[in-house]
Ligand binder design. Structure first.
Ligand code: FES
Length: 159
């Protein structure tokens, strides 16, 4: 097993574990911590998490594969999640998504050739009053126009 957290993240891990009544309850935040470092959650990382938490690898894999926010394969440096649920759909999410695909040269699920962006869709992200919206990494972008999307994608593909 070669995966290891950085010293800073090891400290964060200790802090996470101190907040939960048992180690199994910390599975999700620990997976997030690992993904933050590695970009995605590999089989090796799932086994590492199971080992560190003293729980079964099957439980960790069950959690990691249930939640779409855990990447099970390598992704771009940035992730764009376009909401397609009702409010966003009624306010132009499809056009927004097609615009993203065209601008990035990828289909949903794909990563740009330069590795800068992975494009995804999401179910309601609880910002329905500001539809259409998309999440970029950890930030919400709301009431989007296609021009707004251009500005956001330009910034992402340059970074
Ligand atoms: S429908 Fe898009 S945020 Fe709720």
């Amino acid at each position: 097993m070669t995966f290891a957290l950085t010293p800073e993240r090891e400290s964060h891990l200790a802090e996470i574990l101190s907040r939960y009544p048992n180690r199994m309850a910390a599975t999700i935040p620990v997976l997030h911590l690992c993904q933050e470092q590695n970009g995605w959650v590999s089989e090796e990382i799932m086994e590492w998490v199971a080992h560190r938490l003293g729980i079964s690898a099957a439980h960790v894999k069950g959690v990691a594969t249930f939640y779409t926010l855990f990447n099970k394969e390598p992704v771009g440096r940035h992730q764009v999640w376009v909401c397609r649920t009702l409010s966003c759909a009624l306010n132009g999410a499809d056009a927004l998504l097609h615009h993203c695909e065209k601008r990035l040269g990828v289909h949903v699920g794909g990563t740009t050739k330069d590795g800068s962006v992975t494009l995804r869709t999401a179910e309601c992200l609880a910002a329905c009053g500001q539809a259409p919206m998309m999440q970029v990494d950890r930030d919400y972008h709301e009431n989007l126009t296609l021009a707004d999307v251009d500005t956001i994608l330009d910034r992402l593909t340059r970074s």
